[in-house]
Design a protein around this ligand. Sequence first.
Ligand code: NAD
Length: 441
Amino acid sequence: MSDRYLDFANSGVGGWLTGALGLPRPAPLQRRAEAGAGLVGPLLLGPDGNGRLAAILGRLAGAAGQKTHAAWSPDVRYGGLVFDASNCVDAASAQGLYRFFHQAIRSVAEHGRILVIGTPPELMADVGGEAIQRGLEGFVRSLAKEARRSIAVHMLYIAPGAEGAAESTLEFLLSPRSAYVSGQPIRVGAGVAGVDQAGHKGRRVLVTGASRGIGEAITRLFVAEGAQVVALDVAGAVEGLSALKAGLGVETLALDITAPDAAESLLADALARGGYDVVIHNAGITLDRTIARMEPREWDSVMAVNLTAPLAITRTLVEGGGRRPNGRIVAVSSLSGIAGNMGQSNYALSKAAWIGAVRRLAPQLVEQGITINAVAPGFIETQMTAAIPFAIREAGRRMNSMGQGGHPADVAETIAWLADPASGGVNGQVVRVCGQSLLGA
Ligand code: NAD
């Protein structure tokens, strides 16, 4: 979908005019397609090049042909600033944050990354420690609003001892793959440990609602990463499915996930294929109307497609053995579920319900070596959002720190990180893909 304002504001005349009128000039994001999937660099590590991830970051940077720096220099444009605030226990020790970012923030390159590392607040020894660690969230959310120039800012809480499980997350957060994820806390814990495989090569992946939009982008990304994808959609979407089959060689499945026997037939199919490594619940619908005008059919259909069916499929596949070891489940929630939205009471209920489902299932499934997470996209440029009336669409696009809508690929990248075999330490999370939307918490 085209974003004419973004194109105009970044043209010669448009840049001059928006500057003269004091209008916002969002910088187009750089994604994998423009900048590759590797680590941004060079990295400035604070405080003084230390921190509990310094060795891992040094290794990752080295592998990517990038350098890490222990001291700020006015002559370097940094791809990323990483500050380890894990040891902050009170206001005095948090002063280091101020000193580091006060000096270095202007030295971050356009499209760069800022990463603050902390200890999960509830693990701190006393109230001072818990307060300041929780405070880091406010700090990060503010930096994300100040940073501009398509710089994404991330907060990573890592449980003590889980540093080794953070590698795939660091690679995601410090790369163009996380272009539209910003200003929120992400946690890494022990999770499913002891997995040395990384990447999706050879993994069996089920994507629901795969024929178009976000589902299609997920399918394309996993195929590009070497996964064997089964693309599922309703029979009415056969054209899109056939195009995927012809273009990507994926297997396709025409199935309405709300059919009474859908979960059982998916299980039989999964067992015949030897099980799935990854299941992505992406299929979803909206039937918007204010609650007073909403028809029972509109309420019921949205709940069935977005919540009841994917929950039943999850349960049936897990209990029936349709999953392979070190499995991953990712559900597509929505910012509507976090912030609420006019005319979307049914949709917001079904999407927010996934936040609860993920929290409940994560500690249960981890015993079987499975993680479950959700992504909550904000405004994503798809056929669905292209149909929104102009004024509302413009508001949705601009009301985030990146000043633009996300692409389906941004959601796909986030899912690919969560579903990575090396991301076993990330479990029970809801990660927003919204450019730090100004709506919602
Ligand atoms: P889309 O309408 O383009 O695609 C949804 C797909 O799901 C379609 O191919 C559709 O045929 C399929 N589907 C619907 N009902 C189904 C059923 N019963 N069984 C099997 N497949 C079914 O939408 P999209 O924009 O690509 O959205 C994908 C997901 O992302 C949805 O869950 C949506 O709620 C969520 N989401 C989208 C946005 C956005 O801005 N586009 C924002 C937040 C969340």
